[in-house]
Write a new protein. Structure first.
Length: 410
């Protein structure tokens, strides 16, 4: 099958960011499919004209430089979405395709996907990574009534034209079905890359020994975006209390985003920066395994907004792949999973002092840590392994292609 795969922010392991699309695309090629990825190049540098093409593990990747960062204004980010929407529509329409696949965010990637699918008379499959416009409305980021209606219409357009929708969490699937009950919808969450995160004891020992501030101290890590939805200041405030309870506990924040500087200033104002709290700029995905391997516990946070509970953050599944306990400060499907499995902690979303006490207690509890690591590993292997979830993903594509052919012949 020839597949056109549209993802505005595609990453490979040498880049900082999620590699879901990379892993799915290379596995499709290994199964005999032909895959063209259409994406943007957002790395710093001079703006180049035209498309740049690379081959990665058999996948043909078409890059067009469209500047983007979370530091941009809302209007500037919308401009980047619109620019890619037009560019991708033209590029996708020129590529041969038996199926067109598009993955959000942003929601605007559905437009080139639908256009290319209709021109090529091919099925369109849409993947929902964040529920738009419901989440930005709940956050207060999308206040204009006209903009809300337009965003809702775009979501309806995407779901209506999709042969099937893939949602990254049960809550996202429920949101899709609330708008379009007749659209087949399958939940395929983010995955645990077990092979990537298989780090040896000697690598971990060298990492810890190479950082004098760490040594054999307990280490709590956060890896990923520092955006408006994440609220990583929660961890810094908890660290302030943790220092009083156990001065040896260390916190490492690795990532990037609009809230990087405010979070760093908060850590400095509380007297934590470069002591209890260390902050590193984003690193390539390939460097995360040793960091998580050295961690006592990983973390994932969101602002106290109900709609954010339906997230499917890569950092959660990376922790499982690394067999590390994970602490989160929200409810929903991931919280239920942690409570049921014993693979981590669910922290109070508002009380960072109580969170600090819980974290300090558990990073020193060797028996609990051993049980939680084993539980994380079981979840990674039995429910979230990349290979297992890829089989489910490929099955959706195969279902959509025959369904399209039958409809066209009738």
């Amino acid at each position: 099958m020839r597949i056109v795969y549209i993802h505005q922010y595609y990453c490979n392991p040498s880049m900082a960011g999620g590699i879901r699309s990379y892993e799915q695309a290379r596995r499709l090629v290994a199964r005999g499919h032909t895959v063209d990825v259409i994406t943007t190049d957002i790395t710093p540098g001079d703006r180049e004209l035209g498309w740049r093409v690379t081959r990665e593990d058999g996948v043909t990747v078409h890059w067009f430089r469209v500047p983007y960062s979370n530091d941009m204004s809302y209007a500037r980010r919308l401009r980047a979405f619109a620019e890619f929407m037009v560019l991708a529509a033209v590029k996708a329409a020129r590529l041969r395709a038996d199926l067109v696949f598009a993955t959000s965010t942003p929601l605007t990637v559905a437009v080139p996907g639908v256009i290319a699918a209709k021109l090529r008379r091919a099925p369109f499959v849409f993947e929902v990574r964040d529920l738009w416009p419901e989440v930005p409305i709940e956050m207060g980021a999308l206040r204009n009534p006209v903009a809300r209606r337009l965003a809702g219409a775009l979501a309806n357009f995407a779901y209506r034209n999709a042969s099937e929708v893939i949602a990254l969490s049960p809550g996202m699937a429920a949101g899709v079905l609330a708008r379009r009950p007749q659209t087949p919808t399958t939940v395929i969450p983010n995955a645990a890359d077990l092979e990537l995160f298989a780090v040896g004891d000697e690598q971990v020992r060298r990492f810890r020994a190479g950082h004098e501030w760490l040594g054999d101290r307990p280490l709590i890590v956060y890896t990923g975006a520092l955006g408006a939805v994440n609220g990583v200041d929660y961890l810094v405030r908890a660290a302030h209390r943790m220092r009083e309870l156990d001065p040896d506990v260390r916190v490492l924040i690795v990532g990037h985003g609009k809230e990087w500087e405010p979070t760093k200033r908060l850590a400095a104002d509380l007297g934590l920066l470069d002591e209890t709290v260390r902050m590193w700029e984003k690193v390539p995905k390939s460097e995360l395994p040793v960091i998580l391997g050295a961690a006592t516990m990983s973390t994932s946070f969101v602002r106290p907004i109900r709609g954010l509970w339906d997230n499917s953050a890569n950092k959660f599944f990376d922790a499982l792949a690394a067999s590390r306990p994970i602490a989160i400060n929200y409810g929903g499907w991931q919280a239920e999973m942690l409570r049921d499995s014993g693979a981590g902690l669910v922290l109070d979303p508002e009380d960072t002092g109580a969170a600090a006490e819980l974290l300090v207690k558990h990073v020193r509890d060797d028996d609990w840590l051993e049980r939680a690591r084993a539980a994380s590993h079981r979840l990674a292997v039995e429910q979230f392994s990349r290979d297992m979830l890829f089989d489910r993903f490929e099955a959706v594509l195969h279902r959509s292609a025959p369904r399209h052919r039958e409809t066209a012949l009738s």
